[in-house]
Design a protein around this ligand. Sequence first.
Ligand SMILES: [Fe+2]
Length: 279
Amino acid sequence: MRIALIADTHLSVRSPECVANWHAARRAIARIDATFSIHLGDITLDGQSDEEELAFASRLMRHWPTPLRCVPGNHDLGDGSGETPLSAERMKGYGEMFGPGRWAVQAGSWLLLGIDAQLLGSGTTEEATQWAWIEQQVLPAGAHTHTALFLHRPLLCRSAGDAVRRGRHVNADATRRLLAGPLHSTLRLVVSGHMHQFRDRVIEGVRHIWMPSTGFVLPDEHQARQGEKVVGMGLLELKGSQACFDFWCPDGMVRYEIDDLQFFQTQAASQKPQLANAR
Ligand SMILES: [Fe+2]
């Protein structure tokens, strides 16, 4: 099974550069034989505060060349940590346009789990429901031997020396529960977005891949460098017990820095742009 991976597309009528890179990704996916694609969140530039951006992105997705499964990002739903409280109404609207925020796919000996990282650490009923759902996915003993987890924020793995900044990673308690809880015996791979950087590391037996944005990077003065500041997309190929990963920047995809983008220059004149939150 071949699975295309994209992240942090930040689609909006205010970000034509990101839309152009989206089309470069779409053309690249049309040229390969992928079974389906996974979007790792931050589909929109600021759908959390402008529902029309969710609708705009949803219209673009209708022309994606494969089935597409999504997990929500902070710029789609808000931030469950309290900076931007989660809205039940916005979560419902998101689900109607992009499908459920959590999903499971069985692929041979692999179980692929997509979860809503915005709920983790929120203390909400929805978070408790998601934890119960995760436990249910591993109940059929022997049904799978490998698990791959897909979510917007990377896990906080202190052994990797990750700097701790609120909102950057899944918080420590939820990270521990994901790594040492019911998924522990089968978890092989964690794929996330959010950082706008590419990184591929194995930490205590689990491979952690940070998918970069298709749209843009943040310069070092806005965000510490912890991986490669590139734009691009990924292809995950599952063969038996193997997970092979390739990263590439397709023809026509431009490596913008956030300062290059029209919306950033417009906002910078009047207020601090919210995307600096990614740093
Ligand atoms: Fe992002």
